[in-house]
Design a protein around this ligand. Structure first.
Ligand code: NDP
Length: 464
């Protein structure tokens, strides 16, 4: 049953620019409510997440995990013959899987009667778009064009690559330098290291993963260093020098603090920027913020009333599931029977697929302090059972932040094997307002690492 009755004044009731996760969700939900929907995509269906981000990155991370798994297996009696890694095989298999997902996205659009236009859309006016030699009109237009990796602006920057390039690398490097200390830097450090490369990270800050809980940042940095990743802090990249023949490595990355990192490949993972360049936004009167993202109000409406924007192009919380939630809510509000739905931005869980990985939800200790909350900390650090026999010196660290007044768990942070998988369920509990007493009366599943989250009994003694 559909609710929306279109007026026929325009070719479409909704036209979506960008068939990534957010755009596709918005288009199919709008269509399910009875709207006539078109969508334009200039590249492969599924956007960054499917093609150049979350999914292929996770496949690579699984690949890297095997690098650790083979040596861990020896303690369990496995006789592991000499191993070797073939990058083209992984690349081909990854491409096959991504192709399968592209076809699934195509199927979703077809099944939901969303008309697909292959090409780059640009505004002619606030109701008209041009896609190649086609012109379409729409009552409402949604910009869901995502973001694109930032490029370095230093001498020799042309010798550096960005995360997009990692998914089609022709040559496998022996030694990689990664610039940045965010999600992408840390995750690709795991990927390259797990697959046998020597890895250096150069980060301008004093610790990796700004914004995450301080304990996790410090412990992950130590764990990565213990595994053999060289992490250089407090150094801004200053230039890249390409060597001539006769050097072991092709490039040298310099920092303003005097670092000189010899390597075969440089990955700049220094953040992403909204994709607005080709849209001709000025023709539609859509305004940008100072940082170049599309300016929206709480209803995802841009400065032009009939044009909306969601996801990374608005540079708010740049996570795929957030864009999907925004697209769904927007389509419901514009075309569904019930308006006024909102995305709940409280307690959004997130994961970093580093080694070991991170799963986190709620406030960090710093944030709780800044808000003046009176809280207790419960934490634990242990060797997960699997590593008692593998003999890998890898720990799991868990931390709960509990508001004293309400007994509510307001922050939950895990660094360790399977942290992202553990975290999702606990995120539901925290969303539902679980208290420490709720955690305490939950019977643990034994033997698991997750059971430690419900068996911490004594708060940490605060440091003076
Ligand atoms: P981030 O913003 O997470 O990190 C960028 C890093 O680069 C920071 O450490 C930053 O330092 C540093 N940096 C910024 N500018 C420069 C510069 N000019 N020179 C040197 N260093 C610089 O971006 P990423 O590129 O890692 O990831 C982009 C986005 O993609 C993230 O916002 C995230 O939301 C999303 N993402 C999510 C993933 C997940 O959910 N698992 C995985 C991958 C990406 P400082 O912090 O000190 O400013």
């Amino acid at each position: 049953m559909t609710y929306y009755t279109s007026t026929d004044k325009y070719d479409f009731d909704l036209f979506v620019i960008g068939a990534g996760s957010g755009g596709v969700r918005a288009s199919r939900i709008a269509s399910s409510h009875g709207a006539r929907v078109g969508i334009a995509e200039c590249s492969d269906l599924g956007g960054t997440c499917v093609n150049l981000g979350c999914v292929p990155k996770k496949l690579f991370a699984y690949g890297a995990d095997f690098g650790f798994g083979f040596s861990d297996a020896k303690g369990y009696g496995w006789d592991v013959p000499e191993i070797s890694f073939d990058w083209p095989t992984l690349l081909q298999n990854k491409d096959k899987e991504i192709n399968r997902l592209n076809r699934i996205y195509e199927g979703i659009l077809k099944k939901n009667n969303v008309e697909l236009f292959c090409g780059t859309a640009e505004f002619v006016d606030n109701h008209t778009l041009k896609i190649g030699d086609k012109t379409v009109t729409a009552d409402k237009i949604l910009i869901a064009t995502g973001g694109t990796p930032n490029k370095l602006a230093i001498h020799g920057a042309e010798h550096s690559l960005v995360s997009d390039d990692m998914f089609h690398l022709e040559e496998w490097p022996g030694k990689v330098a990664i610039i940045g200390g965010g999600y992408i830097a840390v995750e690709f450090a795991h990927i390259f290291h797990g697959m046998g490369c020597e890895v250096d990270i150069l980060h301008k800050g004093s610790m990796i993963l700004r914004g995450f809980d301080e304990d996790l940042r410090i412990k992950l940095c130590k764990a990565m260093r213990d595994e053999g990743i060289n992490i250089h802090l407090d150094g801004c990249p200053s230039k890249i020098v390409k060597h001539g023949d006769g050097f072991d490595h092709n490039y040298c990355l310099h920092s303003d603090a005097g670092h000189k990192i010899e390597c075969d490949m440089i990955l700049a993972a220094i953040g992403r920027s909204p994709n607005t360049e080709c849209l001709q936004l000025e023709k539609a009167g859509v305004e940008l913020t100072k940082s170049g993202s599309i300016k929206i109000n709480d209803d995802y409406q841009t400065s032009e009333g009939n044009i909306y924007a969601i996801g990374d192009v608005t540079d708010r919380i740049n996570l795929t599931p957030v864009a999907i939630a925004q697209g769904h809510v927007l389509a419901d509000n514009l075309f569904g029977p019930q308006t006024g739905r909102e995305v709940d931005y409280e307690n959004i869980p997130t994961a970093v697929f580093s080694h070991p990985p991170i799963g986190t939800v709620g406030m960090t200790e710093c944030q709780a302090k800044e808000k003046g909350i009176d809280f207790d900390i419960y934490n634990t650090e242990f060797t997960p059972l699997i590593h008692q026999l593998s003999c890998r010196a890898e720990k799991t660290f868990m931390k709960l932040i509990v508001e004293k007044k309400t007994d509510k768990v307001i922050g939950l942070h895990i660094l360790g094997r399977d942290a992202p998988e553990m975290l999702q369920g606990f995120a539901v509990a925290i969303k539902a307002g679980a208290t420490k007493s709720d955690f305490d009366r939950t019977i643990p599943i034994h033997p698991t690492s997750a059971e430690e989250l419900v068996t911490m009994r004594t708060p940490k003694v605060p440091a003076d």
